[in-house]
Design a protein around this ligand. Structure first.
Ligand code: AMP
Ligand code: ZN
Length: 488
């Protein structure tokens, strides 16, 4: 079956042909680790986690590179002497690299909570300063860049003079771009306002700085992704992803850098994930319209009525296509919770009930399977896949009521497929099973504490643990091989 991907570069759904058969090189822009990721950021990373899982499920070997931006990201206020890390480090009275470490750890924890798989390579911008200096030099040597007072800029007009078409990804016309941006104070050292920094000279106050042929400075943000994607995936690779808001200027600049350096389109398929909104407005830290992932999961927020398990959040996100805007709301979360419980209930029926095998069935498992794969391979259409899962769940409930029948072989096939779509591909988790595991771990801790109390002859405490557990319906039994428990 052909996999179709919507390619932002062509604006069309295209049949996916990887450069190397059965292998995929995928690069996704990672977080700027100067503060906690908000739920919107999580949606984009989850969209690509689902895409990654689907590619693997379809049999591709995927090299998945997602970077950590830990340098060179200038603040929105245009203060060129100040990057986000330096600004935040002043606020929190920490070293910039302490800021980086703190929020990288937080990012990993959050993604683990939502069951995202780690990428296969997670390079950092600061770990690739040398590569960025080399790229800058290459662009200077080829005449695509110029130096001004220790900073190096990409020359957009020169790029276009050579027929390379700046604006091809975001479909922006260079003349319009020039007409719409003026150098307001006339003070800029750039030749043109559209030129972007490859390397910035550091002012004396700038802490994050490295030596370069142009003096001490730091790399421009767009350059790091070109440096790291080229290093790990090659001058031309299969898929590049990121949020829609990165298409311009970030990804446009990546295209320009790649083409100027190597003379080829760097990316075959550009994929852009759409935004998460709240109150109909894009979630963003700068406007204050955001919720932190752990606030939603713990329930400590003013927006949602109750706490939601991370897998319910994931299910809610998966119910929208990655290219659609998704507005998060209390009602939608409640509906997702109900829907997810229904799917889990159907799985439970499948594993706990024995059905007598029948040759005739109104449910054609092979046809259903084909529909599920058609959804997955039609530009990763998770909402349609989920609609098919509900169709299967409805059949399973009818089966339970004796209103339907199925052969043993088809039943096994249905079970296997449902499990792999729900858990492997959509990345959902069985809350009940997880809770059982947690309960077991907690009881083992209590048994251990009781044993310690007994050893210390603190029988008051050991008896208290036993009796209070018993009151909760959990009986501890001491045997030759240790203590076990049973739950009534
Ligand atoms: P940043 O750390 O700002 O570079 O953002 C990390 C990722 O989150 C990028 O791919 C952004 O496009 C994405 N992103 C930012 N805001 C949202 C949002 N409201 N919804 C979905 N993705 C977002
Ligand atoms: Zn990037």
């Amino acid at each position: 079956m052909n996999l179709k991907i919507y390619n932002s570069l062509s604006g069309e759904k295209e049949i996916f042909t990887p450069i190397h058969e059965k292998s995929v090189g995928m690069y996704v822009c990672g977080p700027t680790v100067y503060s906690n990721v908000h739920l919107g950021n999580v949606r984009t990373f989850m969209s690509f986690d689902f895409i990654y899982r689907t590619l693997m499920h379809l049999g591709y070997k995927v090299r998945y590179v997602r970077n950590i931006t830990d340098a060179g990201h200038l603040t929105d206020d245009g203060d060129v002497d100040n990057d986000r890390f330096v600004k935040q480090s002043r606020l929190e009275k920490l070293e910039p690299m302490e800021i980086v470490q703190k929020y990288t750890v937080d990012f990993h924890k959050v993604l683990e909570v939502f069951n995202l798989l780690p990428p296969t390579i997670e390079p950092t911008a600061t770990g690739h300063i040398l590569e960025q200096i080399e790229l800058t030099q290459k662009l200077l040597d080829k005449g695509f860049a110029y130096e001004r007072n220790g900073s190096v800029y990409f020359d957009v007009l020169e790029y276009n003079r050579r027929g390379l078409n700046y604006g091809e990804l975001s479909r922006r016309n260079i003349e319009e771009l020039f007409a719409n941006t003026r150098d307001l104070d006339g003070q800029s050292e750039k030749k043109n306002p559209q030129d972007f920094a490859l390397w910035k000279a550091a002012s004396p106050a700038h802490i994050m700085r490295w030596n370069s042929p142009w003096g001490e400075g730091f790399p421009g943000w767009h350059l790091e992704c070109t440096a790291m994607s080229t290093k790990y995936l090659g001058e031309r690779f299969d898929i590049h992803g990121g949020g829609m808001d990165l298409k311009f200027p970030h990804h446009e600049c990546e295209v320009a850098q790649g083409k100027a350096c190597n003379g080829v389109e760097p990316v075959n398929y550009w994929m852009h994930a759409n935004m998460l909104t709240m109150n109909g407005q894009r979630m963003s830290k700068s406007t204050g319209n955001y919720i932190l992932p752990m606030e939603l999961v713990s329930g400590s927020n003013d927006f949602f009525e109750k706490a939601f398990h991370p897998t319910i959040v994931r299910f809610n996100f998966m119910q929208a296509h990655y290219r659609s805007v998704l507005d998060i709301s209390n009602e939608a979360m409640i509906a997702s919770e109900k829907g997810f419980q229904r799917l889990m209930e159907a799985l439970k029926v499948l594993s706990n009930t024995t059905f007598s095998s029948a040759e005739v069935s109104s449910f054609d498992v092979e046809a259903w399977k084909a529909k599920c794969y058609a959804a997955l391979t039609d530009d990763f259409n998770s909402p349609i896949l989920i609609a098919h899962l509900f169709e299967a769940a409805n059949f399973i409930f009818k089966l339970k009521e004796g209103k339907e029948s199925i052969s043993t072989q088809d039943l096994e096939e249905l079970k296997t497929l449902l499990n792999s779509f729900i858990f492997d591909v959509l990345g959902l988790q069985n809350i009940e099973e997880n809770n059982n595991e947690k309960l077991d771990q907690t009881l083992q801790v209590l048994i251990e504490l009781r044993n310690q109390a007994r050893k210390a002859k603190n029988f008051d405490l050991s008896d208290q643990i036993r009796d209070r557990l018993l009151a909760e319906g959990i009986e501890l039994k001491d045997g030759r091989d240790g203590t076990t428990y049973s739950i009534s």
